[in-house]
Design a protein around this ligand. Sequence first.
Ligand SMILES: *[C@@H]1O[C@H](CO)[C@@H](O)[C@H](O)[C@H]1NC(C)=O
Ligand SMILES: *[C@@H]1O[C@H](CO)[C@@H](O)[C@H](O)[C@H]1NC(C)=O
Length: 344
Amino acid sequence: MHRIKLVLFVLLFVSLQTQSLSKQLHHDPIIDGVLNRLDSLRLTSSVQESAVKGLLQRLIPTHFHSFEFRIISKDVCGGSSCFVIENYDGSRRIGPEIVIKGTTGVEIASGLHWYLKYKCNAHVSWDKTGGIQIASVPQPGHLPRLASKGILIRRPVPWTYYQNVVTSSYSYVWWGWERWEREIDWMALQGINLPLAFTGQEAIWQKVFKRFNISKEDLDDYFGGPAFLAWARMGNLHAWGGPLSENWLGDQLLLQKQILSRMLELGMTPVLPSFSGNVPSALRKIYPGANITRLDNWNTVDGDPRWCCTYLLNPSDPLFIDIGEAFIKQQIEEYGEITNIYNW
Ligand SMILES: *[C@@H]1O[C@H](CO)[C@@H](O)[C@H](O)[C@H]1NC(C)=O
Ligand SMILES: *[C@@H]1O[C@H](CO)[C@@H](O)[C@H](O)[C@H]1NC(C)=O
């Protein structure tokens, strides 16, 4: 428990640092280059608009016709991301009453949340922090109007990141699509545009390691069981709680594709996993010349070598580049060119 808190704290610290950094670096040519490239990968306006319409339908179906959504160019907000909320011009009785414009689907969704929260006193949260309370939203035809010109809210930092590398395992490992869909809706409403997408990575690793002549049995000794994925990914233990079945691996990969599709439809930039150097022990026999170090026991089950003391490939070894590159390429093959941001 102590350790988890420490990890959370460190990540929080890092994310605060990153936020202030991104503020300073906002007009750094390298950061601008990445932002432009990520913008160029974004799906069309109509795809993003209908994705937020879908979210509206799930969140508050009675008001499906009360809102109109439109993607706008960043030029409208001086080159940064923003949302704009305006009154709809025209008869209020049947059609839309409020127009929400945003530079991406996420900006529109966070504009919708802003309107529901500050104009209608609604509360949209996780189940354990109050859930979705929308009874205060007036009936269609009676939605609160905005002051004549409406409002424009600019995103203060380009990226809002979400999740650390253990939540995807400890908290979400048993989630199916329905629960994920709710979480992604929540993310969009909160303005999260840079979510971690760690699901299904073992299925990718299986394909990658096969090319490095690692057998299925070798991988059974390497992957952790479903509830211990984070521990095994970080090299704290191996094989414990496993092996992962072919069904599990296949289902997780399908789920990841669903998760990524929805994130992209909403205009988010998913953060994919990359290679940390943690390798199956069998790699030493296949590449005897590689610089692979055996780690000490890190608080694993009784210090038993069946589960403890994993292997780390030195990052300056050429094999590190080969495996790291193969992993990125395999993800591009599965998911397409969808991001430039990776985490390990
Ligand atoms: C992997 O296996 C193939 C087929 O048996 C073999 O040709 C290749 O040399 C092996 N690669 C390594 C690095 O052992
Ligand atoms: C092998 O890796 C270890 C630990 O990563 C490092 O200290 C050592 O210098 C490396 N040896 C060579 C020959 O690169």
